[in-house]
Design a protein. Structure first.
Length: 632
């Protein structure tokens, strides 16, 4: 498909507007290599690729009237010549007359929709804001009413306001807030109440003035043993005080660290989202916020938030005084958020393609397939797909195209068509990388194509894993395919099928070793986890059905196909001869000796089995990995 994106309003150093464009563009550049993208911008701000191009229209940035005329009248011809399938405006207004099958507006400017402040043309500091509120805002609302595109907003209050003021159906408005990437390693707020800060730009509605007035009130009452940091240069505000530090623009990493020690003051009365409020709340910080509809929405379940009227300096100074005197203290709790947000590209892909993944899937399930029994796959989808996203990484199954039509109807399923047999390790890695791009799930559950688990048992496994995470560094917790018990047992290695792994553990331990192709891929990952200090467990309370290749048994033991012996012998010998795993050599060589005797004497197809064992030993000595090549 061909996507046309219009955002001539965004320029470097343009604050949040440019950040939205930058994040979105770089996400497209990195992650979408299939569709055509044309971005209409004021300059070539980013690198291009074969399928992602920039069209420069610097002339539209020279005046608001010219830009408005483009949206209302002459822009349609220019954009239609590009033959868009999807037209996206990142600048709040939608262009009239565009002939695209799907039109999307990212509505992130709250000024025309808020009721907190009425700006006046004849007040010098408010004139530009008044133009945006009353004139440009009128055309934004009219275009949304007339054309009725799909609208993306960041908060429920914006959805309600847009629906009411534009007289459009709420079904046309999607709420997706920006990603909130909060690491588990962050410390909770532990400040002394003497340090405050406000991370914000210098726009009038950011309301720094009220902080200046509150400082004056405190100083008059003999309170001056505190500091407030503004993320501005000293020449950007006309507020002078010995209690204020102008620290200029700072990195996000620096800001995130400040939430651990400084109280957040957030007097802004116009925001589409207000990201610092969420960031501070998940850090357990004390928050002093202007009493606005967006702040109430974001902090409704948070205990350490205190509100004041945005133009009431007395109320703000009183709250600051109580914090300085330790009358207000953080209670140690953090805001728990179920929805970590969503990348704009993912939201747009969900709107414009058939793929619609669940937005709150705590677990992502990976099933690697190669000529499977699709009835088992569909059984897992029916059982688990009602709550969790399922990623099928297919290694070239002959009937995938036929089966996929039915599977894709389930909005929780994503199919990765690898088109050829990459082996289990690479197929799992491709799915993990896709999950990371989708960036929602905290845990990954691995399931073989011939395995099945109930939703109830998977949730029990998750419950047990969360308990373990409070006590130790957990690499994974696996369901048991044996007799049910009551213990959770530490294990040196686990098979991947039935294994529930925290995403954070995968980031530390690394992806699967795809060079091994199949067999020992999961064990090698477990050994690597152990070497990095992670503990692995098997949960006997949780049972799942698992089949190891063939169901044929000899002497009561399940046997594997002859060709699998090649990978078992090659990969095991290759691994145990590496210095890092050498302590395992004696045990595993003895294991291989027993397998040699068993397969060459008692199993069917003895000659084949002996051949693959010999070939595996030979290739291990040569460190020849990957898929077996019979001619070598």
């Amino acid at each position: 498909m061909r996507y046309i994106v219009n955002d001539v309003a965004a320029v470097p150093n343009g604050g949040g507007v440019y950040s939205i464009l930058e994040d979105f563009y770089l996400d497209v550049l990195k992650n979408d290599h299939e569709n055509e993208w044309f971005f209409i911008l004021a300059g070539k701000f980013f690198p291009e690729s074969d399928n992602v191009k920039i069209i420069v229209r610097e002339d539209l940035k020279k005046g608001k009237i010219k830009k408005l005329l483009f949206e209302l009248f002459n822009g349609r011809n220019y954009i239609n010549r590009l033959n868009p399938d999807v037209y996206i405006s990142l600048q709040n207004i939608i262009t009239y007359g565009v002939k695209a099958s799907k039109q999307i507006v990212y509505l992130h400017q709250p000024i025309p929709f808020q009721n907190e402040k009425n700006f006046f043309f004849f007040k010098k500091r408010e004139a530009k804001l008044a133009i945006y509120q009353k004139i440009i805002g009128h055309f934004i609302k009219k275009s949304l009413h007339d054309i009725k595109p799909t609208i993306i907003v960041q908060t429920d209050w914006m959805k309600e306001a847009a629906a009411k003021q534009c007289n459009i159906k709420k079904e046309n408005i999607i709420v997706r807030h920006p990603e909130v990437n909060i690491g588990n390693e962050k410390k909770a707020y532990h400040g002394n109440g003497k340090h405050f800060f406000y991370p914000a730009s210098g726009f009038l509605y950011k309301n720094h003035d009220i902080i200046g007035k509150a400082i004056s009130i405190l100083n008059k009452n003999g309170i001056d043993d505190f500091k407030i940091d503004f993320t501005l240069a000293a020449d950007q505000l006309n507020i002078k005080s010995k209690n204020i530090n102008y620290i200029d623009h700072q990195s996000r990493k620096y800001i995130m660290k400040k939430y651990e020690s400084d109280v957040l003051i957030f007097p802004s009365y116009i925001e589409s989202f207000g990201l610092p409020l969420i960031e501070a709340a998940v850090s357990g910080d004390i928050i002093l916020a202007a009493d606005t509809i967006f702040a109430r929405e974001l902090l409704k379940n948070y205990n350490n938030a205190y509100f004041f009227k945005y133009n009431d300096a007395d109320s703000l100074s009183e709250l600051m005084k109580k914090i300085i005197n330790h009358e207000i203290k953080a209670d140690g709790t953090r805001l728990s958020i179920n929805d970590n947000g969503e990348r704009l590209l993912k939201t747009i892909m969900n709107i414009t393609t058939e793929k619609k993944m669940l937005s709150n899937s705590e677990i992502a399930i990976i099933i690697v397939t190669y000529q499977p029994d699709w009835k088992i796959i569909e059984k897992n989808i029916k059982e688990l797909g009602k709550k969790y996203n399922i990623y099928i990484s297919d290694n070239g199954s002959n009937d995938l195209d036929v089966v996929a039509k039915n599977i894709k109807r389930n909005q929780s399923v994503s199919i990765l068509n690898n088109k050829r047999n990459f082996g289990i390790g690479k197929a799992q890695n491709l799915a993990i990388e896709q999950i990371e791009k989708d960036n929602q799930s905290k845990y990954i559950f691995f399931l073989d194509q011939d395995s099945f688990i109930t939703l109830k048992n998977l949730e029990l496994l998750l419950q047990d894993l969360k308990k373990l995470q409070k006590k130790s560094l957990v690499g994974s917790l696996a369901a048991s395919s044996k007799t049910v018990g009551s213990n959770i047992i530490p294990r040196e290695e686990l098979i991947s099928s039935g294994m529930l792994v925290p995403m954070e553990s995968i980031k530390e331990i690394g992806l699967m070793n795809s060079d091994l192709f199949i067999d020992m891929v999961d064990y090698e990952w477990c050994w690597r986890a152990n070497s990095k200090g992670f503990t692995l467990y098997e949960d006997e309370r949780v049972i799942f059905k698992h089949q190891i290749g063939s169901e044929q048994k000899v002497l009561g033991k399940q046997i594997i196909a002859p060709f699998r012996l090649y990978y078992v012998f090659r990969n095991t010998l290759y691994l145990v001869n590496k210095p890092v795993y050498k302590q395992k050599k004696k045990r595993w060589v003895m294991n291989l000796f027993k397998q040699t005797v068993f397969n060459s004497i008692f199993c069917p197809e003895k000659k084949k089995r002996i051949f693959f064992i010999y070939r595996g030993i030979k290739d291990a000595k040569k460190s020849r990995l990957g898929k077996l090549k019979m001619g070598m």
